[in-house]
Design a protein around this ligand. Structure first.
Ligand code: FAD
Ligand code: NAD
Length: 474
């Protein structure tokens, strides 16, 4: 028998974006229904950010154990003796520790009606989930994305991992072949290499191809030093073999044999189950939305990965805020992308916000100034021997529009530029901030200082003024 529910807001998908909308909605007094067909917490908690960062952290510890020699500590064997299954226990513990925050129980407690079924539109104003039919004033599609599995010859005949299975596997791969040198491919490459696996990355174009080439070169050099083989400009064309002995053949005929295979070639938005045509919601590879995140059906919003822009947890959370303002308060609300940072958590980390140097030069030509500071000159980086990297800031008419940071803790360091760009602050706001010494964060202030140095120290006008003032002073 069908149960009919009427609500203010029906959220489809309980991942990073959907959970934030549902929690915000009930806490602000709206009635909300939340649909989830699979695991509460979505990709980030179960198959994405959390397990990948947990595995990277074990790998970092293992790597550190092998690197004491340069500090005069008795060197341990490198790589450290790794209990791979125990590393996966750490991954599981991290997920289990966070899971209650995203759980059905917590959301029911907040007052959200949670239905553990996949939802599909049956009309422009109704969604069916199991034997529930939900009529809502507003719908939010927050269905996320899944690993894209490319049509590589033979792939369906061999066992392979995606991000949905690799974190579960407790058996240490002797040789992991990774198709795709994007953030997933490279994070997993470094994690596995540091845990004692042989790793080969096969990348069809350029690894981390959307990022600043100078920063990427630094990361690839580090990965190669650590033993990762990275083959660029080689499309995977065919795979064959069986568990434990998988051969990948590239388009130009090179053959690589490994024990395990990870496919990490991008994402496919989860739209298949939604019957979007019944809701008159237009889509291509994602739901088509405007800056207000509304689709062709004004009652229906799309957020996070489903909205087709930047695919990050913090973007899904930011979208949730935009939708809440519009759907709950009826206020005009638009999403921006210019102030959104992204970070790849290799070691060194790579953080980017706004355009890269090349992109900014193409957009603004001679009006652009690039301010830079090398981590090698940061006292804390020297003290800790973490000197690789730099801060580069793209500046237009005195305001930062982009930043690239590569180096230790780049993901944390980029925060100050995220704040500056989000609030359209001037470079003087960063240059004029006093930061504690010695911190890596001072590199940001020094980059801002580098922007002003030529104006201050190479200006004949400044020199003339100072000389005049000095003559007049008693
Ligand atoms: C390996 C990996 C590492 C990552 N690392 C990071 C990182 O470090 N930092 C970062 O910011 N981002 C990272 N990401 C990206 C991040 O995970 C996603 O951008 C984020 O999870 C998107 O949130 P979302 O709410 O759009 O979708 P999701 O979190 O994927 O949630 C969507 C939910 O909708 C459900 N669903 C789908 N269809 C339906 C339906 N019809 N009815 C009901 N429920 C449905 C799904 O089961 C899922 O639970 C990573 C991704 C991967 C794969
Ligand atoms: N730290 C983070 O925030 C983080 C980490 C992981 C993933 N993510 C999110 O997940 C998204 C997906 O990551 P991803 O790494 O899977 O995708 P991606 O699209 O960023 O990279 C995939 C790579 O695979 C290559 N490729 C495609 N087909 C190929 C083939 N047949 N042979 C060889 N190479 C091929 C592409 O050239 C590309 O470089 C990211 O863009 C990001 O939004 C974020």
């Amino acid at each position: 028998m069908v149960t009919r529910i009427k609500t203010d807001i029906c959220v489809i998908g309980a991942g990073s974006g959907g959970l934030s909308v549902a929690a915000g909605a009930v806490q602000m007094g709206a009635d909300a229904v939340l649909l989830e067909g699979h695991k509460m917490g979505g990709d980030c908690l179960n198959y994405g950010c959390v397990p990948s960062k947990a595995l990277l952290s074990v790998a970092k510890q293992a790597h550190a154990l092998g690197g004491g020699g340069r500090f005069g500590l008795a060197p341990s064997p490198a790589p450290a003796q790794v209990d791979f299954a125990a590393a996966k226990d750490h991954v599981r513990r991290a997920i289990d520790t966070i899971a209650p925050v995203d759980s059905e129980e917590r959301f029911r407690g907040l007052g959200v009606r949670v239905i553990r079924e996949y939802g599909r539109f049956i009309s422009p104003t109704e969604v069916q989930a199991g034997d529930h039919v939900i009529t809502a004033r507003r719908f939010v599609i927050a269905t996320g994305s899944s690993p894209l599995v490319p049509p590589i010859n033979g792939l369906d005949g061999v066992p392979y991992h995606t991000n949905e299975t690799i974190f579960e596997d407790r058996e240490k791969p002797a040789h992991l072949i990774i198709i795709g040198g994007g953030p997933i491919g490279l994070e997993m490459a470094q994690a596995h290499a540091r845990l004692g696996c042989q790793v080969t990355v096969v990348e069809g174009a350029r690894a981390l191809g959307r990022d600043d080439p100078e920063a990427v070169a630094l990361i690839l050099a580090r990965l190669r030093e650590e033993g990762v083989t990275i083959l660029e400009g080689l499309q995977a064309a065919r795979v064959s073999g069986k568990a434990g002995a998988i051969t990948l053949e590239t388009q130009d005929g090179q053959r690589i044999t490994g024990s395990h295979l990870l496919v990490a070639v991008g994402r496919k938005v989860n739209l298949d189950r939604l019957d979007l045509h019944k809701a008159e919601v237009e889509h291509d590879r994602a739901v088509r939305v405007g800056a207000d995140l509304r689709s062709s059906n004004r009652r229906v919003y799309a957020i996070g990965d489903a909205a087709g822009g930047m695919q990050f947890t913090h973007v899904a959370g930011y979208h949730a805020g935009v939708v809440i303002r519009s759907a709950l308060l009826g206020l005009p609300s638009k999403a921006r992308e210019d102030h959104i940072p992204r970070v790849t958590y290799t070691d060194p980390e790579l953080a980017q916000i706004g355009p890269t140097e090349d992109e900014a030069r193409a957009l603004h030509g001679d009006a652009l100034t690039v301010a830079r500071f090398d981590m090698a000159e940061n006292d804390r980086a020297i003290a800790e021997d973490r000197r690789a990297g730099f801060v580069k800031v793209m500046v237009l008419r005195g305001r930062p529009i982009g930043a690239t940071i590569v180096g230790a803790s780049a993901g944390d360091l980029v925060g100050i530029w995220a704040m500056a760009i989000a609030n359209r602050l001037k470079m003087s706001a960063v240059a004029g901030t006093v930061l504690p010494y010695p911190t890596l964060g001072e590199a940001n202030k020094r980059a801002a200082g580098a922007y002003f140095s030529p104006k201050l120290f190479e200006s004949s006008v400044v020199k003339r003024v100072v000389r005049t003032v000095q003559r007049l002073l008693p």
